[in-house]
Design a protein around this ligand. Sequence first.
Ligand code: XMP
Length: 512
Amino acid sequence: MSQKIAVLDFGSQYTQVIARRIRELNVYSEILPFNTKASDLKKRGVCGIILSGGPASVLAKGSPRPDAGVFKLGVPVLGICYGLQLMGKMLGGAVVSSKQREYGLGELSFKDGSQLLKGLKSPIQVWNSHGDRIEKLPEGFKAVGTTENSKFALIENKQKRFYGMQFHPEVAHTPRGVEILRNFLYDICGCTGDWKMSDYVATAIEKIRAQVGDKKVILGLSGGVDSSVAAALIHKAIGDQLTCVFVDNGLLRKDERKKVEQLFKNNFKIKMKTVRAEQLFLKRLKGVKDPERKRKIIGKTFIEVFDKAVKSIGAVDFLAQGTLYPDVIESVPIAGNPASLIKSHHNVGGLPKKMKLKLLEPLRELFKDEVRALGKELGLSKEVLWRHPFPGPGLGVRVVGEVKKSYCDILREADAVLMEEMHASGLYYNLWQAFAVFVPVKTVGVMGDERTYDNVIALRIVESQDAMTADWANIPHEVLAKISNRIINEVKGVNRVVLDISSKPPATIEWE
Ligand code: XMP
């Protein structure tokens, strides 16, 4: 195993970003609870420790503290934001609460000298977010960088290899922050940068085995990137102790169930239980038009069906989920994060509380692109790893208004044509999402000599970085013409195809 860095977590929203930056620098890092014992860190053989930021004030009673022994291990320590204040407070300096909260962009000025700033020229832009500040440095420390509001923005005790910074080197708003982290890892901690994603597989497998032991695990497989990678990883770790449950809610794309079974059951040889619950879902959705009610019904029914399937499997201890780090943030209703408020996503939470199962979330520290890299290591195809997002409620929110089987069938066929043409034209992987929407509005058409009175299919094809904003994609007319011709000729029940040219905001990506 290559060198290991411990990131002690004091609750900053950026803790996972620090870990990610370290991985990007090809060094292995582990996020550990803030109060991890120094002896434990020693046992793990860490070659450097990072104290993360956090929302607390070191001046507040009961605010989180690391084991004082971390400063006696003889390994370099880097304190970021709250971590810096901790160093100030615990190593004999003085911290005061600042009247002026420094928040946002700042400029760090420095003279040559600190190893941490090797290769950088003063000043550099940094991102601050802190309230307290150091008033008096602990013994052995000196200031090596200042900002407008702080003469101790960057401090060090070179001899002991302790470093503290009031700004966040891990965020994009500190553009040269990665170099600072690199200097810490490579020059100060002596890391060589030989860690790779393939090493992560081995570590993750060890962790899963240690957590699960000889117990049984179930996982709700959706066919999406996250649950697919989680399934492949957990299966590699514990083989037949894992059972995947796939719920066919009747709201899936064409041939979805077959494809998932083919890949996981036949190819990966994973134990898999498929529940065909189309009728139940459609019965519950009968007469329901309101999108949020539809979502709630689909979510609730899913939990019920899943729960029943699990009980039929027998004794199970763990529920595995493909939760990623961004899901963890989005599930917390943070003020100003409309994504968490506008629609009731049911992907995280809900299930385990009711089922009294322990959670197994091996992807919880990872970002989407890292999950894809991991999936590639595990042998998953580009088609699985780069497929467009598909909402949990599926076609339930792509059939406008009441959901009926006949509508879903028509939509599935139209959508399949769209998918084929997106792949054939080579456009699929350049897009965030492409899908068809069933619009239950009858319009008049002519086919041959006959007058038709059929439904409308809308094409929604968008580009986006993160689904928070999106633009409708500029698709060549000949591709659109082919899609439209094919849908109208091949899909019975459709005589009109329209293109959605709304951006988000103000429209959303999905129609409901
Ligand atoms: P909107 O329509 O809000 O969608 O612009 C943003 C992204 O989220 C997906 N989406 C959902 N995913 N459950 C999900 O799992 C849902 O209820 C849901 N609603 C929207 C949507 O496909 C897009 O990628």
